[in-house]
Ligand binder design. Sequence first.
Ligand SMILES: [Zn+2]
Length: 136
Amino acid sequence: MREAIHAAATVAATQNALPASAVKLINECSIEGRAAATLTSAAEHRWWLSSASVEDALSVIAGDAINIIAGERDGKLALCASPTCQAAFFDTSQSRNSRWCDMNTCGNLQKKARFNAHRRKNLGISRMSLKCSLSI
Ligand SMILES: [Zn+2]
């Protein structure tokens, strides 16, 4: 189920046709559970579970995934910009231009990698200019 949502969300983020096997599995999980959408007096959507079964919990996850992949939620499916991650994530930022699935992990890793690359480049330049000034 996790793989199916991952596969479907990744493809949906690039706006391609969803893989049939992933769609089938998500739908099966959604149908098998007995979770129902309920409304609270605070006008909020809350899932009601008939039991604490795995099927019900998976049904809620499938239902949420369907909402997101179908574009019914306020946000945008995107792929993480980290080359080692590339996970699909749901961007709910106001500008909808978040680049990383998680700023604390992928975002910081990328920043660190950029910083190190920048430092290496600068060190290379200063070493080169040092060599040049010695040869003059
Ligand atoms: Zn990531």
